[in-house]
Design a protein around this ligand. Structure first.
Ligand code: G3P
Length: 215
């Protein structure tokens, strides 16, 4: 499973890249609004740091606006993937951008049939938002499981990208279900490596070494 960073914060992307844990990046208007400076320049900088796909989202609501913005984002860097919201206007934009050879990531997916429609339209990735479903007491991972089954039934090339990841448990479940990608905030990436027994084990080894090191 590929690890994407769900952030527009450049230092975190640099750190994850140094760790070899940045297979791509997903941004959105909310994440870009937290950073200082021109969003296009931030995305361009991210696209230089991380060689994988970098998602940048359109904000227009009509097909024409989405296609125009998508073409503009595609000029920013060769590894840009245009994020399109899952609407009927968005589906038309996905088809048109696909014909131009521009990859898309269909975002705000909350049902299996939305994922199926996006795959049929030719999207490169679909992003089910598991955390936001959990927030309304609907198990987000059940949606991931349903999309996996549908994509495997028909051998769609569309990648299943688990988004709105809030905890290491989401990452484990995404991997167990065979998601292609999990995109996660930096705090989740950091917490993946931690285990209290690892910390206790290191402390004990160091304490024991103190007793014998000067023998
Ligand atoms: O990739 C989509 C993600 O940014 C949404 O996450 O935590 O705002 O639901 P969240």
């Amino acid at each position: 499973m590929k690890f994407f960073l769900d952030t527009a914060h450049v230092p975190d992307i640099q750190e994850a890249t140094a760790l070899g844990l940045c297979d791509g990046v997903t941004t959105n208007p909310s994440l870009l609004s937290k950073e200082d400076g021109d969003p296009r320049r931030i995305v361009a900088e991210i696209a230089k740091i991380c060689e994988g796909p970098i998602s940048a989202e359109v904000v227009g609501l009509t097909t024409d606006e989405m296609v125009r913005e998508g073409l503009e984002w595609a000029q920013v860097a060769p590894n840009i993937v245009v994020k399109i919201p899952m609407t009927t206007e968005g589906l038309k934009a996905i088809r048109l951008l696909d014909r131009e050879g521009i990859r898309t990531n269909t975002t705000l997916v909350f049902s299996p049939v939305q994922a199926l429609m996006a795959a049929k339209a030719g999207t490169s990735m679909v992003s089910p938002f598991v955390g936001r479903l959990d927030d309304i007491q609907v198990p987000g991972m059940e949606l991931v499981s349903q999309i996996r089954e549908i994509f495997d039934n028909y051998a769609f090339a569309t990648e299943l990208l688990v988004a709105s990841v809030r905890s290491p448990n989401h990452v484990v479940e995404a991997a167990r279900l065979g998601a292609d990608i999990a995109t996660m905030p930096w705090n989740v990436v950091q917490s993946l490596a931690r285990h209290p027994l690892t910390d206790i084990g290191i402390e004990r080894f160091l304490a024991d070494w103190e007793k014998v090191k000067n023998r």
